[in-house]
Write a new protein. Structure first.
Length: 281
């Protein structure tokens, strides 16, 4: 067996391109360094002007294996593209805990979500001149009950060749219980995989990247943990960025994004990939 055949190829996906200029710059920097091979774009974000789209396309030309996806956004503090979208909190989407609870209680209408996801797909196609390579969701909204039905319907209709992100891990139960946040994603992803699979959509076979963003953490140890047991074709979610005023007004994840960028751009991450027999190419 050749050395290359012994490598695991994974997706390392930076979420939230379009949320702020600083996040955009950090993501492009990592793409150009070969430290990312996927990013997902918020078409409802404030930093998705033509210049930001063109800059991302230029970065990807230097790393042609890098995929660009749509980061479907259905939670506050962002606003829908479609008229008459419901439910809303003022003129914004609902905060994600309320949205998840409403889905669990079966209080949502899938058609509102289907139409909004289709509108965001259309906005992506208009901006990039093509459909996305994959589709995922901000704050994992694509996994929520009822929301996932509208999400899957829209992707099947609007981008049937795109793969979609599931957030489940293929780990023994004892290991999965160690991370409550990731365990919730495991549970939600079980139904999402069934729904996506029955609709003929493909999805990543494994997932990692969920952790408590509010606590200081050793990102090298965390990434090592993410890579352990991740199958070939699995996906690690990340959120690198440079903090700026736009980001601070929208998202509490500021300093942690800078720490992620510093790690992913450094030599420790390159060594970890080599030691773990993992490639992004």
């Amino acid at each position: 067996m050749s050395e290359a055949a012994d490598l695991r190829r994974i997706w390392l996906c930076a979420d939230d391109y379009g949320i702020s200029p600083g996040v955009n710059r950090a993501i492009r920097d990592l793409i150009e360094r070969g430290r990312l091979n996927a990013t997902s774009v918020m078409t409802v974000g404030p930093a998705i002007a033509r210049s930001e789209v063109e800059a991302l396309q230029a970065s990807v030309k230097q790393s042609p294996r890098c995929a660009i996806g749509l980061h479907v956004t259905l939670s506050a503090p962002f606003r829908p593209l479609t008229m008459h979208f419901r439910p809303l909190d003022g003129d914004m989407f609902m905060p994600f805990p309320k949205l998840l609870r409403a889905g669990v209680l079966r209080r949502l209408d899938r058609e509102f979500f289907r139409n909004e996801v289709k509108a965001q797909l259309a906005a992506f196609a208009e901006a990039f001149g093509r459909l996305p390579d994959f589709v995922d969701g901000h704050q994992h909204v694509q996994l929520y009950p009822q929301v996932r039905d509208g999400f899957v319907d829209a992707v099947v209709e609007g981008a049937p060749n795109a793969w979609v992100r599931q957030g489940g891990r293929g780990l023994p139960l004892r290991q999965r219980l160690a991370s409550p946040k990731a365990l919730v994603l495991d549970v939600l992803s079980t139904q999402f995989r069934r729904r996506a699979g029955s609709a003929g959509l493909s999805f990543n076979p494994g997932f990692a990247g969920a952790y408590d963003f509010t606590r200081a953490t050793d990102f090298d140890a965390l990434m090592r943990h993410f890579l352990e047991g991740l199958p070939d074709g699995g996906l690690v979610m990340c959120h690198p960025g440079f903090a700026d005023e736009v980001l601070a007004g929208l998202d509490p994840m500021t300093d942690v994004r800078e720490r992620e960028h510093a790690y992913l751009s450094g030599e420790a991450f390159a060594r970890l990939l080599a030691d773990s027999r993992v490639t992004l190419e």
